[in-house]
Design a protein around this ligand. Structure first.
Ligand code: ADP
Ligand code: 5GP
Length: 215
């Protein structure tokens, strides 16, 4: 039987995961979501073209630059930024709906997005940065993913150092060398952060009832 503290309304957390492109944040976040029913992915809008295998509404909402501008003008984004020559943004409404329903949300966004979300809701945000074990490994992963043209991969590698420079704005840093080890670290961070006292608003009532009667 579940206790009252488990069924009480809870305050959802926002798990921001950033890394240079190719370090493994999508693979790690997909696995975390697959294993935690309470957790969902924030599907961003982007003006970049879908890669082979990507589906509109699954990895991203693929929109035109004009549509993106409209959404900016409507203040529909919780945050947005220019990354790798394209625009990327997080829609506010689905995130708010998920949090209000007591679910947690993962954001696969860059440091600019992490900063903007943190400025709005520091208490609810957990910032995780993923580092590659080396730049050679990063190159191999980008090439192995086989989804970007050679010049796109070169541009992403050139920008890796700029993204990595922001690691010190994050609460947690994981070096994704062996996938299973990195995943276990991410899982434990999520588990630990769920147990922060402020994220369990039902605790006061639970403890009051717990101590009101003798065993
Ligand atoms: P990102 O979302 O950070 O751009 P991805 O999750 O798409 O990165 O990972 C890039 C590529 O590297 C993918 O092909 C993925 O399967 C692979 N990959 C991820 N983590 C590891 C790892 N620890 N070891 C080897 N390959 C990895
Ligand atoms: P990709 O084109 O490889 O899918 O993503 C490129 C970069 O854009 C990644 O660093 C990714 O985290 C970032 N990104 C994806 N969606 C968003 C978003 O909604 N906001 C911000 N700020 N960055 C995003």
């Amino acid at each position: 039987m579940s206790s009252k503290v488990e069924t009480a309304p809870r305050r959802g957390l926002m798990l921001v995961i950033s890394s240079p492109s190719g370090a493994g944040k999508s693979s790690l976040s997909r696995r975390l979501i697959a294993e935690h029913a309470r957790l969902e992915l924030s599907v961003s809008c982007t003006t970049r073209a879908p890669r082979p295998g990507e589906t509109d509404g699954v990895e991203y909402h693929f929109v035109t630059p004009e549509r993106f501008e409209e959404l900016v003008a409507q203040d529909a984004f919780l945050e947005w930024a220019d990354v790798h020559d394209h625009r990327y943004g997080t829609l506010r409404a689905p995130v708010m709906a998920a949090l209000e329903a007591g679910r947690d949300v993962v954001f696969d966004i860059d440091w600019q997005g992490g900063r903007q979300i943190t400025a709005r809701a520091r208490e609810d945000v957990v910032l995780v940065f993923i580092l590659p074990p080396s730049l050679a490994a990063l190159r191999e992963r980008l090439q192995g993913r086989a989804q970007d043209a050679a010049d796109v991969i070169e541009r992403r590698l050139t920008r890796a150092a700029g993204e990595i420079a922001h690691y010190d704005e994050y609460d947690y840093v994981i070096v994704n060398d062996r996938f299973e080890t990195a995943y276990e670290a991410l899982r434990q961070i999520y588990l630990g952060e769920q147990h922060r006292r402020r994220r369990q608003p039902g605790l006061a009532t639970f403890v009051a009832e717990l101590t009101a009667t003798r065993a």
